[in-house]
Design a protein around this ligand. Structure first.
Ligand SMILES: Nc1nc2c(ncn2[C@@H]2O[C@@H]3COP(=O)(O)O[C@H]4[C@@H](O)[C@H](n5cnc6c(=O)[nH]c(N)nc65)O[C@@H]4COP(=O)(O)O[C@H]3[C@H]2O)c(=O)[nH]1
Length: 913
């Protein structure tokens, strides 16, 4: 009897991997870890492996979803004595679940390159582990020996942070070695454009940092990305991490993962024996290993002898065992169980030749082994009569079938199905696998994955069928769940971009065959960000759900409705015969979205804009149709929102001109093409301006003066606004100092600040600039948007408060256009309100505008805020504003924005100066 005397406690370890299950490196990591852990942990061990597949799906929502999945498993009885997490996002998830799934569970991490995250978690954390650091200098040394004649290191990155964060380090390293770093960024390139750049590079070192998404936001799983890039590239691709090497990437200098696995298993062993995780030091000392794929080296004509002597080569096919070993191994494993059963049958048939006792012992041993396997194992003779089955079979099926056929045990339909699968295996003379749903004895319907193998006697005659069934119900459910998460948007449950691409591809094929049209509607909510910032993200989320619901419920089943993220939706109208219908349906959906929403006591209105592209007129591929619908959406927004626009060719041209404007903007930054204009602000009744607003001007060498309304958004999306904004601040302050020296009696200079500029270093940088210029902070007013003020994030408030403490004054620009309510004004850290010019323009004709201005002035007065009216163009404007109690004015009625010299000439001799 092999039953142990007393059941030893099972140690349960959660192995959380950031990778996808199909990823070969993930599988070998699991195997290596499980081997090492079994050596370290003496008790019975149960490993729960979870694959996050976070390369492609790395949003916070996904992390949240994954956490929920783990939590629900835990509630069904899973418990963990220890968690081993591999990869950055796995550690992120562990950090997120510290209080819930992993409460009191020690964590050992590995393959984590995010050192900031490790350092953040270490103090007080119940964790330790082995990080994975980039060996940048060692890698450059390898490049020097392999590509001695090359001075440039090419790097591939995309927009995602993480790997991209290593760029400054690489820049520093290449600079220090006198090399050049050339970045090929998927933020500017599509996959195809990157491929054609890689085709131009002949035998140059190319380092892959990160490539998951291109500028068209087309994602690729890591495996697909490296397969694609390595196939296209005329140069070998290298990596700072082991993953991907051997699967397309040529090699790299990486940390030794075998060593990490040993360390992690040793740490796990110590923790399970009672050592607190926090008392085991993190293993920061890592040894670099040069790893290379022999097949890729051969492809690029690189001699393995040029690698360091200790380099490890993958896929080196030189011995019989290396070539065919895996085939043999597979054959041996597959035939193992079959052999065991054959042995059982054989021993039964030799019963009379051996002593009874010997036979009984042997048979009992084999039975015990087969009974201890959780899978259902059975053997039927060639008449379909069960000769043997193990205990799990009897337990799950609720009956012992030995001596009976399937027809005696199961219902007619199930029995026929089982018999047909037996016959298939016999006909194929080989193992046959199938899945089958069956009723189990405890009343559940379970999914069995069954393998059937025909058995032959020594003369080759068929004598029966051996079968092995595994209960994969839970596995299938978990897979389906993950599959669903991977393909659906967590908030609205609509298909995400990945699934949209697949469905649209399918719809295109159908439309092609049926010679029908398809309509692609790219919808985006107008000013959704303001709603989010002012009323809160919770309400914003509810609103998105309602919009999704309205869209989904008002299209046909064959149509597709998908959320791309944020407030962007795509609706695909299928089976369209009359193109006119597309436009009509789009208008109908926009009207539907515009109906009011009642969300947790808030009555809200929101409008949407839509861009339309039509198959086949506006494109024949998924990419092209979505891109063109997007271009049409931009046009719709430009034309004033709450409307739709159908794609036309000129839009692509204008996108190209937008891209060329962006390039010009970069060179304008380098060649300092910008200037400042200044517009005075007057206190009522005074001819002498006491304040001036600095406004950025870009005299483009070919296109003339370009409005800030056109280029500031570009500078914001490209991040250039940060550098540009500091330039404006510095120049405006210098000009102000100069005027004061010349005798102009100005009190303050106002400078516009874009929300993008307010990051964690904003206040310190502004303070530094003021200090360098010896500029009194009380002379500075920073104009920020209403949305930013309402966003209420702690970072923004901290930055603003830090500067206010120095004496810098803050104003809300274009007040009244956002969603902030007057009652919220009290809590905003500002002292000036600038009434938007759109209210001033019609103040004498539109009673609503008049009332809004009246309310703003009254409320501001009671809060002690200064109100400045913008866009005062006529004496009538001035007099109405004066009647309402507004004291400060700015507008063309007094002066247009002008160059600094002109400003000085205008106001140096003003009577009350
Ligand atoms: N119709 C009319 N317009 C008037 C009148 N008085 C002033 N304006 C215009 O209204 C805009 C006022 O600036 P803003 O609301 O801050 O709006 C600014 C501001 O949001 C942004 N901007 C300008 N310079 C900068 C800058 O240095 N940084 C940032 N982040 N944004 C800037 O660009 C916007 C537009 O700037 P500009 O084209 O210079 O346009 C200026 C000004 O020329 C009037 O009586 N009638």
């Amino acid at each position: 009897d092999t039953t142990p005397p007393a059941a030893a406690k099972t140690t349960s370890i959660l192995l959380l991997l950031a990778y996808e299950p199909l990823y070969p490196a993930a599988q070998s990591l699991v195997q290596a870890l499980s081997g090492q852990l079994r050596q370290q942990v003496k008790q019975p061990l149960q490993l729960h492996v979870e694959y996050m597949d976070s390369d492609l799906l790395n949003s916070t929502t996904y992390l949240q979803q994954f956490g929920n999945l783990l939590h629900s498993k835990q509630q069904q009885g899973e418990r963990y004595d220890l968690a081993i997490v591999a990869g950055n996002s796995a550690l992120q998830l562990a950090a997120q679940e510290q209080q819930r799934v992993l409460a009191d569970t020690p964590v050992v991490f590995m393959n984590v390159s995010d050192t900031a995250l490790i350092r953040r978690l270490l103090p007080g954390g119940n964790l330790t582990g082995v990080p994975e650091l980039p060996f940048v200098y060692e890698f450059l040394a390898l490049c020097r020996s392999l590509f001695a004649d090359r001075q440039t290191l090419h790097v591939i990155v995309d927009s995602r942070s993480g790997q991209r964060d290593f760029l400054p380090l690489l820049q520093q390293a290449t600079d220090s070695l006198g090399k050049t770093l050339q970045v090929h960024s998927l933020t500017d390139l599509s996959w195809d454009e990157l491929a054609s750049e890689l085709q131009q590079l002949r035998r140059q070192p190319v380092l892959l940092l990160s490539a998951y998404q291109d500028r068209l936001q087309q994602p690729k799983a890591f495996r697909d990305a490296i397969a694609f890039l390595s196939e296209q590239s005329a140069s070998p691709l290298w990596h700072l991490w082991p993953q991907g090497i051997g699967e397309g990437l040529t090699g790299g200098v990486v940390s030794d993962r075998d060593f990490s696995v040993q360390q992690v298993a040793a740490m796990a062993g110590q923790i399970l024996q009672g050592t607190p995780a926090a008392s085991l030091p993190v293993h920061w000392q890592l040894t670099p290993v040069t790893l290379a794929d022999a097949r890729q080296l051969a492809r690029f004509d690189i001699s393995a002898s040029d690698l360091p002597a200790a380099a490890r080569l993958l896929h080196q096919q030189n011995s019989f065992w290396q070539r065919y070993g895996w085939v043999l191994l597979l054959m041996v494993t597959a035939s193992g169980l079959t052999g065991l059963v054959l042995f059982l049958i054989w021993s039964e048939s030799r019963r009379r030749q051996l002593s009874d006792e010997q036979l009984r012992d042997r048979t009992r041993l084999i039975r015990n082994i087969l009974d201890s396997i959780p899978d259902l194992i059975f053997y039927k003779d060639n008449q379909g009569v069960y000769v043997f089955c193990n205990k799990p079979f009897v337990r799950v099926m609720g009956t012992n079938p030995v001596g009976k056929t399937d027809f005696d045990v199961f219902d007619q339909q199930t029995a026929e199905f089982f018999r047909s699968k037996d016959s298939e295996a016999v006909a194929r003379k080989n193992m046959n696998a199938n899945e089958e749903w069956v009723h189990s004895a405890d009343g559940r319907i379970i999914l069995l994955e069954t393998q059937k193998t025909p058995i032959y006697d020594r003369k080759g005659r068929h004598i029966g069928v051996f079968g092995l069934s595994r209960d994969v119900t839970d596995l299938k459910k978990a897979q389906q769940n993950l599959e669903h998460i991977a393909h659906h948007d967590a908030l609205t449950n609509l298909p995400n971009r990945l699934l949209l691409n697949k469905k649209l591809e399918y719809a295109l094929n159908l439309a092609r065959r049926a010679e029908e049209h398809l309509g692609i509607l790219y919808l985006d909510l107008d000013r959704f960000k303001d709603i989010n910032d002012t009323i809160g993200h919770d309400i914003g989320d509810l609103l998105l759900k309602d919009v999704a619901h309205r869209l989904h419920n008002n299209i046909r089943d064959s149509d597709i409705c998908s959320r791309l993220g944020g407030d962007e939706f795509i609706v695909v109208l299928t089976n369209v015969n009359d193109v006119q219908r597309i436009q009509e349906k789009c208008e109908q959906l926009l009207q539907l979205i515009a109906q009011p929403y009642s969300l947790q006591g808030h009555l809200l209105s929101v409008f949407a804009s839509a861009g339309i592209s039509v198959f086949p007129q506006h494109g024949t591929s998924v990419d092209e149709l979505i891109r063109n619908a997007d271009a049409a959406l931009h046009k719709a927004k430009e034309l004033g929102r709450n409307r739709s626009y159908q794609y036309e060719r000129q839009l692509t041209d204008s996108i190209h001109s937008r891209m060329s404007l962006e390039q010009d903007l970069r060179s304008a930054m380098e060649t300092r093409q910008f200037t400042l204009a200044f517009q005075p602000q007057f206190k009522l009744g005074s001819l002498q301006p006491l304040r001036a607003e600095a406004l950025l001007r870009w005299p483009h060498p070919a296109r003339g003066m370009i409005s800030p309304l056109e280029f500031i958004p570009l500078a914001e999306t490209s991040g250039m606004i940060i550098e540009l904004g500091y330039w404006v601040l510095r120049s405006a302050c210098q000009q102000f100092l100069f005027w004061r020296e010349q005798g102009l009696r100005l009190e303050k200079i106002a400078v516009n600040v874009s929300p993008v500029q307010i990051n964690s270093s904003f206040a310190n940088t502004v303070a530094d600039i003021l200090q360098q210029l010896n500029f009194d902070p009380h002379w500075l007013e920073l104009e920020v948007t209403e949305g930013l003020m309402m966003s209420g994030t702690t970072e923004v408030s901290q930055q603003i408060e830090q500067l206010r403490a120095l004496g810098v004054e803050f104003a809300i620009d274009d007040f009244g256009t956002g969603y902030s309510s007057l009652s919220k004004l009290k809590s905003m850290p500002v002292s000036v309100l600038k009434i938007d010019q759109s209210f001033v323009r019609d103040i004498n004709d539109d009673i609503n505008d008049f009332e809004i201005v009246r309310a703003i002035v009254a409320m501001a007065g009671s809060l002690g805020l200064t109100v400045v009216a913008e866009g005062v163009e006529t004496a009538a404007h001035e007099s109405t504003l004066q009647d309402l109690g507004c004291e400060w004015m700015q507008g063309y009625y007094y002066a247009k924005p002008m160059a600094a010299d002109e400003f000085y000439q205008c106001y140096r001799n003003t009577p009350d100066a």
